[in-house]
Design a protein. Structure first.
Length: 358
């Protein structure tokens, strides 16, 4: 879609959202992101929070757990309430809010341990007081309003077009665009993935309104810790496996590896994209071990739909070239499972292509 099409897509629901936020009164608005918040999540949450504050409305940003340190510049005053470390306050703020805006996720489960709190809010206040803004596929709780499309780079881009419709008098207030630009940059891997005509139109408006994309790049992509840089080198040299027969690669990040490199939230950000720089590699996977599950990150080049691969084998979904999921098998069993999944997936896609050519 181009910018005009996105604007037309969001216009009706943006008008509803505008009425809802303006009616929030003293109870205010809780703006919530997903577990393990990335640049698109933090950018969209802070962008909405700043927008609401600039137009004189009460709001609070709430995140399930701490965001990566390289995103600190988006919240220099520490306004975001972190559920992990301030649970009672976060729960109180959510339950007392006039409405909840959920950003960059499509189901309460994406907030992990905040799920029950959000379900409790819906039971107490009604689904009509919950509004989702998201660029993933459906699955929203029944009765909740939402603005969504997958034909867009990121939630931050969708947020930009939504807030432009809501702005008075049509101009987004100062301070909102930098977090939104950050989410666009991070979710597109610096305009390499999931880009549309509307993405560059938004970027043009960011620059025209004084956003320093170079500064954002330095904050996000050029401020690694020494441990993070060493982890990336180690993963590429020791943990990357190339499967030329599938045009694919994968990396395993174990609990022991994370301990060795003093892993911090966000240290693996962007790592899954790197193997796509290898000629003839069209699919890249990163499997990160946690105490009770394995997080799956999938990326691809061209027309390879890793969202379908994720949905079929990794309990997830997302975009055509960027998806995620989750496994509950031992890390040692992942390589065989991944190979089998690729074989079955590519066989099915090959059969489908053959049928189209019949």
């Amino acid at each position: 879609m181009d910018g005009n099409q996105v604007s037309a897509h969001v216009r009706g629901n943006a008008a509803i959202l505008k009425e809802m936020v303006e009616a929030s009164g003293e109870r205010g608005i809780a703006v919530i992101g997903h577990y393990n918040p990335d640049g698109d999540c933090v950018g969209s949450v802070m962008g909405m929070h700043i927008f609401l504050s600039r137009i004189g409305l009460k709001s609070v940003p709430i995140l399930p757990n701490r965001y990566p340190s390289f995103l600190d510049f988006l919240d220099p005053e520490g306004r975001a309430v972190i559920y992990d470390s301030d649970r009672k306050r976060a729960e109180r703020l959510i339950m007392d809010s006039a409405m909840v805006i959920c950003s960059d996720f499509n189901s309460f489960g994406r907030t992990e341990h905040m799920t029950e709190t959000l379900a409790g809010y819906m039971e107490k206040h009604g689904a009509e007081n919950i509004f989702f803004i998201d660029h993933h596929t459906g699955g929203y709780p029944e009765g909740c309003r939402h603005i969504s499309t997958t034909e867009i780079s990121s939630t931050c881009e969708l947020m930009f077009y939504t807030l432009r419709e809501m702005a008075r008098p049509g101009r987004i207030p100062e301070g909102v665009l930098t977090p939104l630009a950050t989410g666009v940059l991070t979710d597109t891997n610096n305009f390499n993935n999931s880009i549309f005509p509307s993405t560059f139109e938004a970027a043009s408006e960011f620059i025209s309104n004084g956003v320093d994309l170079g500064k954002i790049n330095n904050e996000v992509f050029r401020s690694y810790s020494e441990n993070r840089m060493r982890l990336m080198g180690y993963m590429l040299y020791e943990r990357m496996t190339v499967l030329p027969e599938f045009g694919a690669s994968y990396m395993l990040l174990s609990m022991q590896d994370k301990e060795r490199f003093m892993f911090q939230t966000g240290d693996a950000e962007g790592l899954v994209n790197m193997p796509l720089g290898i000629k003839n590699i069209g699919i890249s996977a990163l499997f990160t071990e946690y105490e009770d599950n394995i997080r799956v990150s999938l990326r691809s080049k061209g027309d390879i739909p890793v969202n379908e691969l994720s949905g079929m084998f990794f309990n997830g979904g997302g975009h055509r070239n960027a998806s995620g999921g989750k496994l509950t098998i031992p890390l040692k069993d992942v390589p065989a499972y991944y190979r089998s999944s690729l074989e079955r997936f590519l066989l099915k896609k090959g059969a489908a292509a053959g049928n189209e050519n019949d």
